[in-house]
Design a protein around this ligand. Structure first.
Ligand SMILES: *Cc1c(COP(=O)(O)O)cnc(C)c1O
Length: 421
């Protein structure tokens, strides 16, 4: 992409030729000085689609009109509402519909899936994960290990970047799997690292884990709706993700879970059960014997949070209309332009900026270290109408979201950044 130019008119011409340009108008932007902010935190909380309100209003209206009868009489009957999300969600993560379910929250789903898929024995009890995983994942893994009577210091194997490097090499993950292969019960990694933006080769990691006799699961919080996934074909055992980051479903909205087809008929899998995981044809006979669904819905415990799901549906309908191919195509160009802009600023500012996200394994996010500048720079960006995010000790994360960020956003960011350095 050497033909990029750091000029407003050039950025605007890229926008004019962008087949997805109309989608920016379908989202609500926070305002700064009566202007849309440069929103770089769609990796943390995606923006609100303008249609979300209508989807929510529909359920509020049906609640008003029908009360409890809304479970059957609502326009989208609540009894089966979650099923409306399944196909579209499955497409985004490369799963079969029967392998996919929207339920609960991300960390909750990780725990519920580990109840089934982390089954340590005296000799095979270790969990391999990436160093500096998202804190919630670290706590989840530590507490699972302790729950089974093991010591996290011994049972958790963390793979670190090499000295002087920022991202983790897949060959180092493979080596760690090989080294621990006789004790390894589970490989559980964030598919896209939240800090560096590194996209892991999930297929390769899954193969290595399986070759060692371990189960392989992924946290896809930063991957779902961002990068291409093929959970079924990669033979990933299980995965979980949230819907409020790249999937624009609103704060704390309902999360996703994936269980590979090969596990769905295993009636011996231990699990925590609730009535919503019971075979739906006989669920309301209220019998005391649990008869599991034969899909990932088996892991549902409670009846579905319809209001969250309505917001999720508003967003998934947009994803479905756009399609992942078009989204990824624009994302690659948008992020390449952001990278170009950062390097242009760098030329004028003594190379004080360092992008620590690997160029060949990235999604929407660039993690930038501004050497010699601390959190003050982040605060000044906010004051000037750019919303990135700050991660201790020194990283500014910028996510360029193909659904609603423009090339002009990238240009404006560059100008503001230049003025602050
Ligand atoms: C955002 C994020 C979480 C948040 O977990 P919740 O249960 O949704 O609060 C967990 N893990 C990762 C990797 C994340 O990026």
């Amino acid at each position: 992409m050497t033909s990029f130019k750091n000029e407003l008119s050039f950025a605007q011409s890229l926008d004019a030729n962008d087949p997805l340009k109309k989608y920016r108008q379908k989202f609500l932007f926070p305002q700064h000085n009566n202007r849309d902010v440069v929103y770089f935190t769609g990796n943390s909380l995606g923006l609100q689609p303008i249609t979300t309100k209508d989807y929510l209003q529909q359920e509020l209206n049906d609640w008003h009109a029908f009360g409890v009868e809304g479970h059957f009489l609502a326009k989208n009957p609540w009894l089966s509402y979650h099923e409306l999300l399944t196909d579209k969600m499955a497409k985004i993560v490369g799963a079969l519909p029967e392998e996919t379910v929207m339920m609960n929250q991300l960390t909750v789903n990780l725990h519920l899936l580990m109840v089934s898929f982390y089954r340590p024995t005296k000799s095979r009890y270790k969990i391999l994960c990436e160093a500096k995983a998202f804190p919630s994942d670290q706590y989840a893994l530590q507490s699972q290990v302790k729950f089974h009577g093991f010591d996290p210091a011994e049972a958790l194997v963390e793979v670190w970047p090499r000295e002087g490097e920022f991202h983790i090499r897949e060959e180092d993950i493979e080596a760690a799997i090989e080294k621990n292969k006789n004790e390894l019960a589970l490989v559980m990694i964030g598919g896209v690292n939240y800090f560096t933006g590194q996209v892991f080769d999930m297929k390769r990691i899954t193969q290595a884990g399986h070759a060692a006799g371990a189960i392989v699961g992924f946290d896809l919080a930063h991957a779902a709706g961002n990068v291409r996934l093929a959970l079924h074909d990669w033979e990933v055992d299980f995965a979980a993700w949230c819907s409020y980051k790249y999937l624009n479903s609103g704060p704390g909205s309902v999360a996703g879970a994936f269980v590979h087809q090969k596990h769905l008929n295993n009636t011996n899998l231990p699990m925590f059960a609730g009535w919503w995981g019971h075979d739906k044809s006989s669920r309301f006979l209220m019998d005391s014997t649990f008869v599991p669904m034969k899909t990932a819905e088996r892991w549902q415990m409670s009846n579905a949070p319809i209001l969250s799901m309505a917001a999720c549906k508003a967003s998934l309908d947009i994803f479905d209309e756009v399609g992942l191919d078009a989204l990824i195509q624009k994302r690659e160009q948008l992020v390449a332009y952001l990278e170009f802009i950062v390097q242009e600023v760098n030329k004028e500012k003594n190379n004080c900026l360092q992008i620590i996200t690997p160029q060949n394994n990235r999604g929407s996010q660039l993690s930038i270290v501004a050497n010699g500048y601390g959190k003050k720079l982040y605060n000044q960006l906010i004051e000037n109408g750019v919303i990135p995010d700050w991660r201790e000790p020194n990283v500014i994360r910028c996510a360029a979201i193909p659904l609603y960020n423009s090339f002009e956003d990238m240009y404006r960011f560059g100008e503001i950044l230049k003025s602050l350095l």
